[in-house]
Design a protein around this ligand. Structure first.
Ligand code: ZN
Length: 157
């Protein structure tokens, strides 16, 4: 199988096969170099992956929020739930005025209606991954969605 490699600036790169896309986002320490520009709002350290990976059922972003920084707006969603997976640092998530302390290992699911914001009130970067998926869209999941070909695994080297 032929594999095309497209290298984008810095350390990022994409490898595509017939049935996969692999995207190198760089080391976690380099995540702050990614920035999302929205009308009236610049979000440093955020990088959306849907277009990079060709995702069709969810949006994913990787995020590095600087010490002392916060998301300066509340937002909710129309049809998508969100899952916030915290992988490094400490901070707080606020949903409908309720505050949740989060840290490495905390995972928060927020329903579309939840009015949310979050902040890094610590002295180190807060790293997290956000998944956005359509609420109630999941029909089958885990191994319930898997088929298992009867063949031994082989690695070329
Ligand atoms: Zn959101």
């Amino acid at each position: 199988m032929s594999v095309n490699k497209i290298v984008c600036p810095s350390t990022c790169g994409i490898t595509k096969g017939v049935n996969f896309t692999a995207y190198e986002t760089g080391a976690k320490k380099d995540w702050p170099a990614h920035t999302v520009e929205l009308p009236g709002l610049t979000i440093p350290g955020k990088h959306f992956l849907k277009d990079m990976l060709g995702l069709t059922g969810c949006e994913i972003s990787i995020n590095s929020m600087a010490p002392g920084a916060d998301m300066p707006i509340y937002h909710n969603h129309i049809q998508n739930e969100e899952v916030y997976i915290f992988i490094q640092g400490k901070g707080q998530v606020q949903v409908d005025a309720q505050v949740i302390d989060v840290q490495e290992g905390t995972i928060v699911r927020i329903a579309p209606d939840g009015e949310r914001t979050w902040r890094n009130n610590s002295n180190e970067p807060l790293l997290y991954i956000i998944l956005q998926v359509k609420e109630n869209s999941l029909v089958q999941y885990g191994l319930g969605d898997a088929t298992v070909p009867q063949k031994a695994t082989v690695w070329a080297n």
